[in-house]
Design a binder for this molecule. Structure first.
Ligand SMILES: [Zn+2]
Ligand SMILES: [Zn+2]
Ligand SMILES: [Zn+2]
Length: 180
C-alpha cells in the first residue's frame, strides 16, 4: 500500500483546514473539517459538518472472474454497498455504456448466531450485518417468503443503534434490509 499523501486542503464551507484521512468501519475514507467533530455517541457532527469522501480504492482479490477468468476486485458504490467485479469491466463516460466484462457479484450481509433468546418467542437470536456494515439482532425464526412477498416467522428486530440513519455531511444512508 502506498503512503497516504494528504494535501493541505481547506474546508469550502468555513475555510478551516481539513483533518487527516480517517477510515470508516466499512472501509470508506474521508476527511472532515477540523472546525467540526464527529461524536460517535450521538452520531452527530458538532460544529462544521463538511465531509469530503475519498474515492474507494478497489482491492484486487485472489479470485478469478467466472465469466472471463480475469482477476476480480472488491469495489464499493457511493452508498457503501460492496461488490466484486471484474477488472476488465469499465464504464465509458463518453458513450455512457459499460465496457468489457460485466460480471458483478453483490456482497450480501452476514449472519452470526448469538447466545441470546428472542424476547418475543424464546428462540435464538442472530446478529445480522448488512453489506454496508449496519448491524441488527433478529430472531432466527424470521424469514422472507419470496413467493407471497411477506415476512415469515417471528418479526423481532433490534437495530444495534436503534432507528439508525447514518447521516454525514453529504450522504444520507437508510438502513438496508428494513423489515416492512
Ligand atoms: Zn468547515
Ligand atoms: Zn470478467
Ligand atoms: Zn422470535
Amino acid at each position: 500500500m502506498p503512503e497516504e499523501k494528504v494535501e493541505k486542503e481547506v474546508c469550502p464551507k468555513c475555510g478551516s483546514a481539513l483533518s487527516d484521512v480517517t477510515t470508516t468501519a466499512n472501509g470508506r475514507k474521508l476527511q472532515r473539517c477540523t472546525a467540526g467533530s464527529w461524536n460517535p455517541t450521538t452520531r452527530k457532527t458538532e460544529g462544521c459538518d463538511y465531509v469530503k469522501w475519498l474515492p474507494f480504492e478497489p482491492q484486487t482479490l485472489d479470485e478469478k472472474c467466472p465469466k472471463c477468468g480475469s482477476p476480480l476486485v472488491m469495489a464499493m458504490t457511493r452508498f457503501g454497498k460492496k461488490m466484486k467485479k471484474c477488472t476488465t469491466g469499465g464504464w465509458d463516460a463518453a458513450t455512457k455504456t459499460a465496457t468489457g466484462c460485466d460480471f458483478v457479484e453483490w456482497i450480501n450481509g452476514t449472519t452470526e448466531e448469538l447466545d441470546e433468546d428472542c424476547p418475543q418467542c424464546g428462540k435464538k437470536l442472530v446478529l445480522y450485518t448488512t453489506a454496508s456494515g449496519k448491524r441488527m439482532k433478529k430472531c432466527s425464526t424470521s424469514g422472507w417468503d419470496r413467493e407471497n412477498k411477506h415476512a415469515t416467522g417471528c418479526d423481532y428486530v433490534q437495530w444495534l443503534r436503534p432507528g439508525e440513519y447514518e447521516k454525514t455531511g453529504e450522504e444520507f444512508l437508510p438502513p438496508e434490509e428494513k423489515e416492512e
